[in-house]
Write a protein that binds this ligand. Structure first.
Ligand SMILES: *Cc1c(COP(=O)(O)O)cnc(C)c1O
Length: 362
């Protein structure tokens, strides 16, 4: 008989990453995981390769060089940064460190799936606050979060919707929550957003001891394979994260590549410029096919399909896959009528639009 894990663990539906296979197609186009269309910085790749002669050595457990490089690039204090194996690990660590079984965790309706996993792993109660127009709704979150809420997770901007709420709304959320509630601001896509009313939340985390911001190298820096993220918060939170993280949680290749990546402003700027151009193209072209596209500030778009048999999201998904185009079904988010497509290279984006046009005409 199998040994029982902790209560609730077997209720978890394991996270399903974006697919990378299309049956019968040797080199499908993968637009299912919000990876960087331009790859990564050459300097980051070189720095990673240069670690080869040192692979027998443990990395610096404090990732000091990387934290200092992030601090310099972002105008922060290195001692208020902790790095993780993807921001994913940092979200898990926050759950492990702060959640007692039975504590309440609140998120916005279409929030990132990892938050639910974190809550379930910790035996916490998980509540979603309804959104309006696929946008996080501060009033609904405040209504859902009572005195017993330990963590509110807010992806801003959010995946899979691509929408954001302005800085003053985030402040209003923080002000409306009890000070015993930790507000986790997941700003995985912050670098793609230039709307003047947007902030990743760094200032808020600097001012207050009940806010933590998580960031990632997986998106703008194109280093998803290396698994690298960071968190910024006041000392007490950082201290807690250091206690629960593994002693060498960030590997040497990630430290070296991340350090080079955060200094490569040129690559970051090119990534943003590419995204600006092509996210607008996708929205306009796909919208022109009669499909609703949620306005996105990220490197992906959420496309809504009709109920009409033959024209549903599932039909579109199957059609695109048969053409070697892999995008993401978002049924696990409660969005069975939508698909999420990552901004690709120029040729990939054009192929996606063409295939969707064929699908709609068929
Ligand atoms: C992609 C993504 C992340 C990044 O995860 P990593 O573990 O750093 O690769 C975090 N949050 C959201 C909302 C994301 O979409």
């Amino acid at each position: 008989m199998a040994i029982d894990p902790r209560a609730g663990i077997l209720d978890i539906r394991p996270y399903k990453p974006g697919s990378s296979e299309a049956p019968g197609i040797a080199e499908p186009i993968k637009l299912s995981s919000n990876e960087n269309a331009l790859g990564c910085s050459d300097k980051a790749a070189e720095a990673m390769k240069a670690t080869a002669p040192r692979l027998h050595l443990y990395p610096d457990g404090g990732a000091t060089k990387l934290r200092e490089a992030i601090a310099k690039a972002e105008g922060l204090e290195a001692e208020n940064i902790v790095c993780g194996t993807g921001s994913d690990e940092l979200l898990q660590l926050l759950g492990r460190a702060y959640l007692n079984p039975g504590d309440k965790v609140v998120q916005s309706q279409y929030g990132f799936l990892v938050y639910r996993l974190v809550a379930m792993q910790c035996g916490a109660e998980f509540v979603s606050a309804p959104e309006r127009d696929y946008r996080s709704d501060v009033d609904a979150i405040l209504e859902a979060a009572g005195d017993d809420t330990k963590i509110v997770f807010l992806a801003n901007p959010n995946n899979p919707t691509g929408t954001y709420i302005p800085a003053d709304e985030v402040r209003r959320l923080r002000d409306g929550l009890p000070t015993s509630t930790l507000l986790v601001l997941d700003a995985a896509y912050a670098e793609f957003v230039h709307n003047p009313d947007y902030e990743a939340g760094i200032e808020l985390a600097r001012e207050r001891d009940d806010v933590v911001v998580t960031r990632t190298f997986s998106k703008i820096h194109g280093l998803a394979a290396l698994r690298l993220g960071w968190a910024y918060a006041q000392k007490p939170i950082i201290d807690v994260l250091h206690r629960v993280r593994g002693p060498f949680n960030v590997n040497m290749a990630a430290i070296e590549a991340g350090t080079a990546a955060i200094q490569d402003r040129d690559f970051m700027q090119r990534s943003v410029a590419h995204n600006d151009e092509w996210v607008a193209y996708l929205r306009q072209q796909i919208g022109g096919l009669g499909l609703e596209v949620t306005p996105s500030v990220c490197n992906f778009v959420l496309i809504h399909f009709p109920d009409t048999p033959g024209k549903t999201a599932a039909d579109a998904d199957a059609y695109l896959t048969s053409k070697g185009l892999i995008i993401r079904g978002v049924e696990p988010y409660g969005l069975p009528n939508a698909l999420r497509a990552t901004v690709g290279t120029e040729s990939q984006n054009r192929q996606l639009v063409e295939a969707l046009a064929d699908f709609m005409r068929a």
